[in-house]
Design a protein around this ligand. Structure first.
Ligand SMILES: Nc1nc2c(c(=O)[nH]1)N[C@H]1C(S)=C(S)[C@@H](COP(=O)(O)OP(=O)(O)OC[C@H]3O[C@@H](n4cnc5c(N)ncnc54)[C@H](O)[C@@H]3O)O[C@H]1N2
Ligand code: MOO
Length: 601
């Protein structure tokens, strides 16, 4: 496919000093000239200058990609190592997919001119149909990078514009030309337990990857780890003192040498001799015990050293036999365990330099709704608009849980736009989370869209408060399977259903064992009338007389994001048909899902 001219390019200069007017934007000028002279299909080149501020860079990139729909954006500056160099970080936060090899091509060219090219952190990728490239700030680097990617730019943009058609081809048998919504399907209401059952049943861990030990923090172990060798590998002293033969009887014995940790022991003890030894050192031949230095007295006579023993140790005293701490072949960590700082130490001790871990799912997030406005638009806020809190909260929760996130923006209540964003997300993510458009309104298109794409909807309504219209769907089987969660638009509903349902799927996909948030018994501090759905109240916890008391965070309306403020647990209140009565009294013990590490005293 060849695109019709003219294409539009943006040159974004990122520089504090140019922005302050202390320097002229030379590299921006060079870049504009290069695009105009070498890429004639670009009829328009727009220029913007911003300081090295991450939010300004990313919002400019988003505007150019999403609103102005530029074909190519090249940034210059801010790719280095100083604390103000944030262009790659801002770029990464807006890209839908990275194209790491484009950066490599530029690196190879740069290295021909200076070894410092290796210090550039520049990244490339696409947001929607826009190709975004980071270039360093120096004039020479701009020319080198441009020459490196010049032969690739046109083809990349063609491919990005074909992407949509390619994805449509993939789904040809199931996608109609235009998504037509005629009637809203009713889904049976499932219990929370049934919903979780569907999720665990349908989800399977992603593939494993092998990484170096340092890259394993907060990841899940992909295989059992057995110790490579004994720790200690030899009989070692537990104390600084003297290695002795416990069978000897003399109180005063000659010191015939020193055994120092890390050195090969060259000495062999014979009757009534000892060796000075440091903690951790290899016991010399003949020795079977260690006496601490505090229990000896050193005497020097005729250039020789002697010690008097103030206490006689038993055989084996203060000696660590080989394998005491870790036995060769011992199972030290099991597949599926979460790797924290302690596990990194255990892996190192076990000799695991390269470690198999589960791959992390890539999660695409978008909000839906004509009324939903990004926080960056807050100044131009429509009186009828609603600030998008769901997307930022979901993205933050995902990042907090260590997942790789793609921000897919806000989608209008338009079935075709929804389908196109959903397809784009399906093309680059393992899991997709949308919020809004889930209920029974005539503009609630998410479930019909999933059906039209050919997804299997496992549940579309849950007996839970908040979160009734939550849906879970999958597309395809096997390795390339996709998981889709349609969460309700109400902010508390979206957050609670993420914690209840999405977390479970992501845990399984990333190989984690067990539940993501532990369940604990708590005492409720107020009487509670039961409703027809299982309720997850947002509560804070206090310790009183050795017991955990759960108190409500205030109004529990699903629209009220403030119900999440200070929330430390989700208190599970059974539905009326799950309990023997219509009310639960203050003081009753119920289960709560812990969502914090901290409990107030
Ligand atoms: N006839 C029925 N109506 C509703 C039912 C029902 O069973 N029958 N269920 C109600 C329940 S329960 C919920 S929960 C909501 C969920 O509705 P939707 O998922 O369709 O969400 P929207 O209508 O799009 O939005 C609801 C509410 O939340 C605000 N919202 C949406 N997205 C965001 C966002 N990203 N950030 C902040 N706020 C957001 C939106 O403006 C609405 O006020 O449906 C009930 N209706
Ligand atoms: O399920 Mo909705 O979240 O009750 O408001």
């Amino acid at each position: 496919m060849t695109l019709s001219s003219p294409l539009v390019a943006g040159v974004l200069t990122v520089s504090d000093s140019c922005f302050a007017g202390n320097k002229s934007d030379k590299s921006g000028d060079i870049l504009e000239d290069l695009i105009r002279s070498s890429l004639p299909q670009f009829g328009v080149v727009i220029r913007v200058l911003v300081p090295d501020e991450q939010n300004l860079i990313s919002s400019q990139l988003k505007n150019w990609c999403d609103k102005d729909k530029l074909d190519l954006v090249i940034t210059t500056g801010g790719t280095g190592l100083t604390s103000r160099d944030v262009t790659p970080d801002a770029t990464r936060s807006v890209l839908h997919r990275e194209l790491p090899h484009l950066s490599t091509v530029m690196l190879i060219e740069g290295l021909k001119h200076t070894p410092y090219a290796a210090l550039s952190r520049q990244i490339c990728g696409n947001r929607g149909k826009t190709l975004v490239l980071n270039f360093p700030g120096s004039s020479s680097a701009v020319k080198e990078c441009f020459s490196a990617v010049l032969p690739i730019i046109g083809h990349s943009i063609n491919l990005l514009n074909d992407e949509h058609q390619e994805i449509n081809k993939l789904h040809e048998p199931v996608i109609e030309d235009k998504l037509k919504i005629t009637e809203l399907k009713q889904y049976p209401m499932v219990s929370v337990g049934e919903a979780l059952h569907h999720i665990t049943d349908q989800s399977a861990p992603l593939s494993n990857q092998t990484v170096s030990l340092e890259s394993t923090l907060n990841r899940t172990l992909g295989s059992d780890i057995h110790a490579l060798s004994n720790i200690p590998p030899f009989p070692a002293s537990v104390k600084d003192g003297y290695a002795i033969r416990s069978c000897d009887k003399a109180v005063t014995r000659e010191v015939i040498g020193d055994c120092i940790a890390g050195c090969k022991p060259e000495i062999e003890l014979c009757r009534d001799t000892v060796a000075y030894i440091t903690t951790g050192a290899y016991l010399p031949k003949g020795a079977d015990s260690v006496v601490m230095i505090e229990y000896t007295k050193l005497i020097e006579k005729d250039g020789k050293r002697f010690i008097t023993l103030l206490s006689i140790p038993e055989k084996g005293q203060d000696v660590r036999e080989p394998g005491t701490d870790m036995r060769k072949g011992e199972l030290v960590l099991e597949r599926g365990c979460l790797i924290g700082p302690m596990e990194i130490g255990i892996l190192a001790a076990a000799g695991a330099r390269e470690v198999s871990i589960f791959s992390l799912p890539c999660v695409g997030v978008f909000s839906t709704g004509d009324e939903i406005q990004d926080i960056s638009q807050v100044d131009a806020r429509s009186p009828y608009g609603v600030i998008d809190t769901n997307r930022v909260t979901l993205i933050a929760m995902l990042r907090n849980d260590g997942y790789d996130v793609r921000d897919m923006g806000i989608v209008k209540d338009d079935p075709n736009e929804l389908r196109s964003v959903m397809l784009r997300a399906l093309a680059c993510c393992d899991v997709i989370i949308s919020s809004g458009g889930m209920s029974m309104g005539n503009r609630d298109y998410v479930k019909p869209c999933l059906e039209a794409i050919g997804c299997k909807i496992w549940f579309g309504k849950v007996k839970v408060k908040p979160g009734k219209p939550t849906c879970f769907a999958t597309l395809r089987e096997g390795e390339n399977r996709k998981y889709i969660f349609g969460l309700p638009g109400n902010p508390a509903s979206a957050i609670v259903t993420y914690m209840l349902f999405v977390c479970r799927c992501l845990s399984v996909l990333s190989g984690k064992k067990g539940k993501c948030n532990p369940e604990i018994p708590v005492i409720i501090s107020n009487n509670k009338e039961l409703g027809d759905r299982t309720e997850y109240r947002r509560v804070f916890l206090t310790w009183e007389d050795g017991k955990l008391i759960a108190s409500s965070t205030g109004g529990q309306q699903s629209s009220r994001i403030l119900s999440m403020r200070n929330a430390q647990a989700l208190l599970r209140i059974p539905a009326i048909d799950e309990y023997s009565g219509s009310r639960i009294d203050k003081g009753t013990v119920l289960k709560a899902i812990l969502i914090t590490r901290w409990i107030s005293s």
